[in-house]
Design a protein around this ligand. Structure first.
Ligand code: G6P
Length: 372
């Protein structure tokens, strides 16, 4: 049955274990022969996609962070400027929308009132709308021009996990479709991206094998009152999502920062013993970010921070400065966030459990917020 923990201690534990399946099922049949096929989008012509001049991603909560994460690849692949907005902020600030604005909503439930109202607002303003949604026939997809479903399966725990990775997968499918139509990526480039994409479910399975060591760390940290998260590029929204998970289910003050912003303020928070998770990009990527992160780690370490790194397996460069390193398998730049978020999901789950809290039903929160 849908509401069956299947031997797991919580729905959240089960749903994190289903991250690989969520991505696998979302890309199944949509990537074949090195390219993307999205018959879901047939309501929107190639001509339409060639003509758009802006993409807006709108969502709330964890879905908003999936938008922030997916936006990096979406903009680079399509050549179209992408902005990401909280649905409730978007609607009330009288945004400029034209017929050439594509508005993409992200929602697990498809019933979030703030997001629904933003979609209605965008349509009335003349934009076309695509819904990325995990619930067949929900209100938001019904009221959108087109829908790209995620196939994460029913998500019961209030804190969203498998739907998050499935949402990023759907944004990437959409991005590759638009890139193909607009010819902003070559067939060969699309082949390279889709080939890597298809390795992600297995790489997620490999990442999940570190569950016990993360649980051990969370057990030691049960009395922690504050945790910071740092990242750059796609590691930044992952840091935000890691912090949100801790707030939601472990009731710990947690905050995510762009690592480059440290020196502009947040470094003042660092005092001896402050735990800081750092998303470390692969040293193999040629964007220079690895070296930047290592120097950020040195800075906070010099002020006594306890650094917990999420880094590519075999990256020894951060070892001297860290209390713990959680390894993720190697992948290309845009696929890192799928893997990097997993240790953070597990950490939140296990810290909440260590504190004896109700992981699936945190206080004050609802799975789906159907009021404004
Ligand atoms: C609620 C949930 C969050 C979720 C957000 C958006 O606040 O507690 O976990 O991320 O709504 O939900 P949606 O169904 O639109 O993705």
């Amino acid at each position: 049955a849908a509401a069956d923990k299947g031997g797991w201690s919580s729905f959240m534990a089960k749903e994190i274990a289903e991250d690989p399946q969520a991505v696998e099922d979302t890309i199944r049949g949509r990537i074949t022969d090195g390219t993307v096929r999205l018959p879901d989008l047939e309501a929107l012509s190639d001509e339409y996609f060639r003509d758009i001049d802006r993409i807006l991603l709108i969502a709330c909560g964890t879905a908003y962070y999936s938008g922030l994460t997916g936006a990096y690849a979406l903009e680079q692949w399509t050549g179209v400027p992408v902005a990401v907005e909280l649905a409730h902020e978007f609607r009330y600030r009288e945004p400029v929308i034209t017929e050439r604005t594509l508005v993409v909503s992200l929602s697990q439930s498809g019933e979030t009132m703030d997001t629904l109202l933003a979609v209605r607002f965008a349509r009335e303003a003349g934009a076309k709308t695509i819904s990325i949604c995990n619930t067949q026939g929900a209100t938001i997809p019904r009221e959108s021009d087109s829908v790209v479903y995620t196939y994460a399966g029913p998500e019961v725990a209030v804190a969203s996990t498998k739907a998050f990775v499935a949402q990023i997968a759907a944004i990437y499918l959409l991005g590759l479709h638009i890139a193909k139509v607009r010819e902003t990526l070559t067939d060969e480039e699309i082949r390279v991206e889709t080939t890597e994409f298809q390795t992600i479910p297995d790489k997620l399975r490999e990442t999940l094998t570190h569950h016990e060591s993360i649980k051990e760390l969370a057990g030691w940290m049960a009395d922690t009152r504050s945790v910071l998260f740092l990242g750059r590029h796609t590691g930044y929204p992952i840091a935000l999502e890691g912090a949100l998970k801790l707030k939601e289910i472990a009731y710990i003050h947690a905050e995510g920062f762009a690592a480059g912003e440290l020196k502009h303020g947040p470094i003042a928070l660092i005092e001896p013993g402050q735990p800081v998770f750092v998303m470390v990009p692969s040293p193999r990527h040629d964007n220079g970010l690895h070296a930047k992160i290592v120097s950020n780690i040195e800075e906070i370490r010099a002020r006594g921070a306890h650094v917990l790194a999420v880094a590519e397996g075999g990256d020894a460069s951060v070892m001297p400065y860290t209390e713990a390193v959680f390894a993720t398998p190697p992948t290309s730049v845009f696929f890192e966030p799928f893997l990097k978020v997993v240790p953070l999901q597990i950490f939140a789950l296990e810290l909440s459990t260590a504190k004896g809290l109700d992981v699936d039903q945190p206080r004050n929160l609802a799975k789906s917020v159907t009021v404004e």
